[in-house]
Design a protein around this ligand. Structure first.
Ligand code: DAT
Ligand code: MG
Length: 150
């Protein structure tokens, strides 16, 4: 079972799209394991986006992610990382597949609504960065056997 961090970024929160994002992930069959509505500190933003430090868009990215509250979540499921990236769509909204969140609700790369972990390894690292162990819930759904094959 893979895990991914999902953020509804400040534009998604401001535009009232938190429910839309949750709805699409629930509908897909993924299982929510943690969620918190929070203001992102500069320190957390810089750690989360450390890989992008030095790139031309880095300062704007830090500014954007710390500009208003975000909805931070951890989701799990088989192949959750690929499944969630697919539900979000490509980074650049004009290249995102029709039906994906970024296609359906966004236009600009710097206002692309969501974050999702890009590899299984980063899923583990990012969930650990954003959540304490006590904030993550291990649980089973009655419907799990109808969504997860094993
Ligand atoms: P993703 O969010 O799809 O994982 P990423 O990790 O490459 O994409 O980049 C993180 C965020 O940085 C992305 O959601 C938007 C911003 N960004 C990436 N590339 C950019 C670019 N060329 N111009 C402006 N913003 C960019
Ligand atoms: Mg990324």
């Amino acid at each position: 079972m893979e895990r991914s961090l999902v953020l509804v970024k400040p534009d998604g929160v401001q535009r009232g799209l938190v429910g839309e994002v949750i709805n699409r992930l629930e509908r897909r069959g993924l299982r929510l394991v943690g969620a918190k509505f929070m203001q992102v500190s500069r320190r957390l933003a810089e750690t989360h986006y450390a890989i992008h430090k030095g790139k031309p868009f880095y300062d704007g990215l830090i500014e954007y992610i710390t500009s208003a509250p975000v909805m931070a979540m951890a989701w799990e499921g088989p192949q959750a990382v690929d499944a969630i990236r697919q539900t979000m769509g490509s980074t650049r909204p004009t290249e995102a597949a029709p039906g994906s969140i970024r296609h359906d609700f966004a236009l600009e790369i710097g206002r692309n609504l969501t974050h999702a972990s890009d590899t299984v390894e980063n899923g583990v690292k990012e969930v650990a960065l954003w959540f304490t162990l006590g904030e993550l819930i291990e649980w089973r759904r009655a419907v799990d056997c109808w969504v997860f094959e094993k």
